[in-house]
Design a protein around this ligand. Structure first.
Ligand code: PLP
Length: 388
């Protein structure tokens, strides 16, 4: 059976160049880069190279990059480390649509005495910057707002948010796990204090992440027990994965134009065709201020899970809500935050593409999905009736 993978915001296929570059570090190049001897020193050179490659993707200095185990760890570190470093400041400002890797950390810190403000978004998934400005006080330790949303792809005005925080002298962390590699990011131009990223969203295996930390950002370490990463993140380096992340960063820069032209055109073709051919289908999130690879469509009156199952039966992999929330029948907190009507929240389906998708694949999805929606609608108890 044909398989079409349109769930790249959950995880991405591993780039062959990444897998190849990692290979020696599973076999011959087993040294510990912190060791003094030649075998370790050889490996250290590759670690340094990967740091430079990743720094180049976001225009950071290599010493502003710290490798972590994943995006979740980077986000945990940013929030917890910022509060620990600023005992006089106990306030966190974040948004309603963050990934649980920020929301749940903020909630935990809230249960330990911090005050948490969650900013609302409008129907397009965008923030009101006056509300953000008003929320920041002398007690604010950190503002955390994602660069791009994992479910809708909506891009927040990070330049403006970063400038507001810089003006007010407050640390600004952005969860850029979905944005890095898909859209241009330049931390010399955009004054973010901390930026979290994850390898498996840009074609490495799962289990490697990083954080950009601007010099002089108040931040205590989260992982203790070693001097690695200049004492900022303890733990023996995961060398094969770090090397893979370096190569993935270089490839992302190389394919950035393709992502923003060809992949975006494929996304638009898919979205327009499905909205045109399926009655009562609507896009969730701003039409333009959005990642080029993501389309979130609600098919009203039917369940996203049913759509996913029938698509899966014809080899199409997509997602309803985020990968973390699918598996539960709870509607997505992101789609609910946009004020999407009840009849459409449950039918929200996310299609997320990558550079490996082809036009033939998109044509296949356009051919398969409308009959699936039609079939489910005929079975829906909600269609044409009073849902309450
Ligand atoms: N932040 C966002 C926006 C994400 O989409 C994800 C993963 O889905 C994460 C954080 C977590 O990253 P990781 O899987 O590397 O822990």
């Amino acid at each position: 059976m044909k398989e079409v993978y349109l769930d790249n915001n959950a995880t991405t296929p591993i780039a062959p160049e990444v897998a190849e570059a990692m290979q020696p570090f599973f076999t011959t190049e087993y040294g510990n880069p912190s060791s003094m001897h030649t075998i370790g020193g050889r490996v250290k050179k590759y670690l340094d190279r990967a740091r430079e490659q990743l720094a180049a993707l976001i225009n950071a200095e290599p010493d502003e990059i710290t490798f972590t185990s994943c995006g979740t760890e980077s986000n945990n570190w940013a929030l917890r480390g910022s509060l620990l470093a600023q005992p006089g400041r106990r306030h966190i400002v974040t948004t309603k649509v963050e990934h649980p890797a920020v929301l749940e950390v903020a909630a935990y810190l809230g249960s330990r005495g911090a005050r948490v403000t969650q900013l609302f978004v409008d129907g397009d998934g965008l923030l009101n910057l006056d509300e953000l400005r008003a929320a920041i006080t002398d007690e604010t330790a950190i503002v955390s707002a994602m660069w791009a949303n994992n479910e809708t792809g909506v891009i927040f005005p990070i330049q403006e948010i970063a400038e507001i925080c810089a003006e007010k002298g407050v640390s600004f962390h952005t969860d850029a796990v979905q944005a890095v590699g898909k859209i241009p990011i330049d931390v010399k131009k955009t004054p973010v204090s901390m930026l979290a990223l994850s390898g498996h969203k840009l074609h490495t295996p799962k289990g490697i992440g990083a954080m950009f930390v601007r010099r002089r950002t108040p931040l205590k370490p989260f992982m203790l027990g070693g001097h690695q990463e200049h004492g900022r993140r303890a733990g023996t380096h995961n060398v094969p994965y770090i090397v893979g992340l370096g190569v993935a960063a270089e490839l992302a820069a190389k394919y950035m134009d393709d992502e923003n032209t060809r992949v975006k055109a494929l996304r638009d073709k898919l979205e327009n065709a499905l909205i045109e051919q399926c009655p009562d289908a609507r896009r969730n999130g701003h039409k333009v201020l959005r990642l080029p690879n993501t389309s979130n469509i609600s098919f009203e009156f039917i369940e996203g899970e049913a759509i996913l199952l029938l698509m899966d039966a014809v080899g199409i992999a997509a997602s309803s809500g985020s990968a973390c929330t699918s598996g539960s029948l709870e509607p997505s907190h992101v789609i609910r935050a946009l004020g999407v009507p009840f009849t459409a929240v449950h039918g929200s389906t996310r299609f997320s593409l990558s550079r490996y998708n082809t036009e033939q694949e998109i044509d296949y999805v356009i051919e398969q999905v409308p009959p699936i929606i039609d079939r489910l609608r005929k079975m829906s108890p909600f269609v044409g009736g009073d849902v309450y």
